[in-house]
Design a protein around this ligand. Structure first.
Ligand code: MEV
Length: 426
């Protein structure tokens, strides 16, 4: 039979049948098929209800970052990430901030933006004024969509209208500002945006195309700051090195992309562990980093009058505790319980603190011994395992490769052979 990805009724098949099809298609061995279909102790019906055509799950390592004291409260922070060194770096950075009391954090109310795009309007400025004049009416209509949200103190709270110049002429963009309480908010906001489209068309004579939430959640920022005492981080030259590293990122988008990537190593890992939408957070973070017109670091550093390092972070944090994977996925549920967070804002603040810690750790390493030393032994472990090194030899192979500074698959295989031979001799 011809190999095809067009599989009639694939989505209707039970998981075991889907897996058979996939296995044949990919020429997978028993072990490979098993690796794809692992559910990591989770009832297969859960992934099957979360996405389409599920055949398994992709277990990502989950580590726990220690030493986090945020607003004087102790946290163990679950982080799901495949990259070595990230969890250790966050824990170390948090430990070094302990002396000065850990992290101070805060956040805005959970207000998201829903956008409604109005096109073909003859008098865009006039339409803009009209929309603003009738905003109470629009808010009432929006809130009729979600009485539950209104009952718990959320709901549509404001209307903005902007005229933008586009390649197809001026457009009027309406923003409905919705307090989504402890949800990420996409469903509530999109429903309201869709409901407002017909009345807005009637009001302005325009034609609505898009009705969708914006991930640039500028009204839902989270902030964290910490002071690292110079003695706790290796002295004043380290403080200076980190301030210089920050200036580099501030002045150069090539460096800034990597600087912000390091921040997102921490934030995404907390987001993934708690079942949040990592792509939404990434999109918001990078758009916010560019909001001035040039791409800037999400963190800032300065030297205090005492010669210590003051670091801070601010970014949009559209996180949820209700709805989506956070409530459905058992690992996410357990992670939220471990954190003991009661509101989406508290989770947003923790993630911001972890992002700052992660960035501090990376800059400290980069401004001193370099990043490779810390990475080396975990990287060497991965290489040894990828080279097929038996578990009993892994520690020894890692030790030799790191001491030789030759962390390569071929070298790992050679060392394994040597170890096997020497075992045979003894
Ligand atoms: C690697 O995942 C992250 C770093 O590159 C971040 C940085 O350079 O600041 C170490």
């Amino acid at each position: 039979m011809a190999r095809t990805s067009r599989i009639e009724g694939f989505y209707k098949l039970p998981i075991s049948e889907r897996l058979k099809v996939v296995r044949e298609f990919g020429g997978l061995t028993d072990d490979e098929a098993m690796a794809l279909s692992g559910f990591g102790g989770i009832d297969p019906s859960i992934p099957d209800s979360m996405i389409e055509n599920a055949v398994g799950s992709m277990p990502v390592p989950l580590g726990i970052a220690a030493n986090f004291v945020i607003n004087e409260k102790e946290y163990l922070v679950p982080m799901a990430i495949e990259e070595p060194s990230v969890v250790a770096a966050a824990s170390n950075a948090a430990r070094m901030a302990l002396e000065s009391g850990g992290f101070k954090t805060g956040c805005d109310p959970p207000v998201m933006i829903g956008q409604i795009q109005l096109t073909g309007i003859a008098d865009p400025e006039g339409a803009r004024s009209l929309i603003l004049d009738r905003s109470e009416e629009l808010l009432k209509m929006a809130n009729e969509q979600d009485p539950m949200l209104v009952r718990v103190g959320g709901g549509a709270k404001g209307v903005e209208a902007r005229v933008i110049d586009t390649r197809s002429g001026p457009q009027v963009i309406v923003h409905i500002l919705v307090d989504v309480r402890d949800a990420m908010g996409a469903n509530a906001v999109n429903t309201m945006a869709e409901a407002l489209a017909p009345p807005l068309e009637k009001m302005t004579g325009g034609r609505v195309y898009l009705r969708i939430l914006s991930n640039l959640a500028v009204h839902r920022l989270a902030r964290a700051s910490a002071i690292w005492r110079k003695e706790a981080i290796g002295g004043e030259s380290v403080v200076d090195g980190i301030v210089e590293a920050y200036s580099f990122a501030d002045a150069d988008p090539y460096r800034c992309a990597t600087h912000n990537k390091g921040i997102m190593n921490g934030i995404d890992a907390v987001m993934l562990a708690t079942g949040n939408d990592t792509r939404a957070i990434e999109a918001g973070a990078h758009a916010y980093a560019s909001i001035s017109g040039s791409y800037k670091p999400l963190t800032r550093y300065e030297k205090t009058p005492e010669g210590d390092l003051q670091g801070s972070i601010e970014l949009p944090m559209a996180v949820g505790l209700i709805g989506g994977a956070t409530k459905v996925h058992p690992t996410a549920r357990a992670s939220v319980k471990l954190l003991g967070v009661k509101t989406a804002g508290e989770l947003a603040e923790i993630a911001a603190a972890v992002g700052l810690a992660q960035n501090f750790a990376a800059l400290r390493a980069l401004a001193t011994e370099g990043i490779q030393k810390g990475h080396m032994s975990l990287h060497a472990r991965n290489i040894a395992i990828s080279a097929g090194c038996p578990a009993e030899f892994v520690d020894e192979v890692v030790k030799v490769m790191v001491s030789e500074r030759k962390v390569r698959m071929d070298r790992a295989a050679e060392i394994v052979e040597d170890l096997k031979k020497s075992r045979q001799r003894t």
